[in-house]
Design a protein around this ligand. Structure first.
Ligand SMILES: Cc1ncc(COP(=O)(O)O)c(C=O)c1O
Length: 381
């Protein structure tokens, strides 16, 4: 150890160094052979692996209770890597309308490549069983879903998938591993937009797939092939975010619940979805599979029209009008005008989103400031 300048005598630095190297010297042909045969965890080329990235992969695997984790450039890269790794022409994929809007674009590419896709309503997740086909290879869901916070029973769908020999993938971005561990409930793969709560500061983009060792190898192969490896600087920012992840997740959930309680039954709020409220759809499922609270994502309808929603958001001073979620700042947006904008018109609204639906992501601000902000902005509607 004494000849390693980073860890002389084994006293490792508290922060994983940012290793910007593209390539690594082979200290001998024997070491080259050991690395390429997988006998040692050495490094050769950044697209293959990087020590800064590897450090966060181990930390995220730990959070999800996974054997390992593959980190990549964005959340959508993670989802696309999952599709490309496990789906071929002629395979059938079940997706829910209630997933992040960009899945629709990826679905167009998959269909062009010969994958059959069935879209279902997450509120009716029980219909998955009836839609399984002999060639169904994968079911992918979000729970709670983006943006309407619909709840899907993870253990029940894992059983449906496994009975048919299909893979069950859960996007855990909204719930975060602080509240929900899909692998423990039977999911095969957990995907994340690590851009959100894992990073947590609106300053990096990354994706993650937490899973077992065999799937790690399959996904690693795809990442190495297509080049979606995260850069070391973003990995370092992600590591820094992870240091406060639990602290932030706890405060975000407390703020989410407090804001939901204020909005619940408010005269200007015609519909509210927050899995932590007993009268919210899906609460019973959430209570079974989420723990230590219900996260910081809410969706609600403001007034009667999109103009009401715009007036409300414009009147906010503390909560910021922006996309993304899970960050230190509370963020609010109109999904109809943002994450769902590029969907065909019928997809933007058929499954429950209305033009005046807003999505609110709680941050870590002082709770009273957030409540006062919401209150005064609702007065402006
Ligand atoms: C639930 C969910 N999954 C995946 C993504 C895609 O993540 P990224 O923007 O990091 O590609 C998002 C983005 O908002 C999301 O909300």
């Amino acid at each position: 150890m004494a000849d390693d300048p980073l860890t002389p005598y084994g006293n490792r630095p508290m922060v994983t160094p940012i290793v910007n190297a593209v390539n690594y010297e082979y200290s001998s042909f024997e070491v080259l052979r050991q690395i390429t045969d997988g006998e040692i965890d050495g490094y050769t080329y950044h697209r293959d692996d990087n020590p800064t990235v590897r450090a966060v992969e181990r930390q995220i695997a730990d959070l999800e209770g996974a054997e390992d984790c593959v980190v990549c450039t964005t959340g959508m890269a993670a989802c696309t890597m999952v599709y490309l790794t496990y789906l071929s022409a002629g395979d059938h994929l079940i997706l829910f309308h209630d997933v992040y809007g960009a899945h629709y674009k990826v679905s167009l590419i998959l269909e062009r490549l010969g994958v059959e896709i069935t879209w279902l309503d997450a509120a009716d997740w029980q219909s998955v069983q009836a839609n399984m086909r002999p060639n169904t290879k994968m079911i992918l869901c979000e729970t709670p879903s983006n943006p309407l916070c619909k709840l899907v029973d993870i253990a029940a769908l894992a059983a449906v998938a496994h009975d048919a020999g299909a893979l069950f993938v859960v996007d855990n971005t909204f719930a975060t591993p602080f509240h929900q561990k899909p692998l423990e409930l039977g999911a095969d793969l957990v995907v994340h937009s690590a851009t959100k709560a894992l990073g947590g500061h609106n300053d990096l983009m990354a994706g993650a797939i937490a899973t077992h060792k065999d799937a790690y190898n399959d996904l690693w192969f795809t990442r190495q092939a297509i080049g979606t490896t995260l850069d070391a600087y973003s990995a370092s920012l992600l590591e820094r975010g992870l240091k406060t992840f639990e602290l932030r997740a706890e405060k975000i959930a407390a703020n989410g619940l407090a804001m939901a309680r204020l909005l619940d039954g408010h005269a200007k709020v015609s519909r509210l979805m927050y899995p932590g409220l007993e009268n919210s759809p899906g609460h019973a499922i959430a209570a079974r599979q989420m723990h230590r609270g219900f996260g910081g994502m809410l969706a609600f309808d403001v007034g009667e029209t999109i103009e009401d929603a715009k007036r409300f958001i414009t009147a906010l001073h503390v909560i910021i009008h922006a996309v993304s979620l899970g960050a230190t700042e509370s963020l609010i947006c109109v999904p109809y005008l943002t994450t769902m904008l590029y969907l065909p018109e019928e997809r933007r609204t058929t499954f429950g989103v209305k033009p005046h639906t807003v999505r609110l992501s709680a941050g870590i601000e002082d709770t009273d400031r957030l409540l006062a902000d919401l209150d005064q902005a609702l007065d402006a509607v």
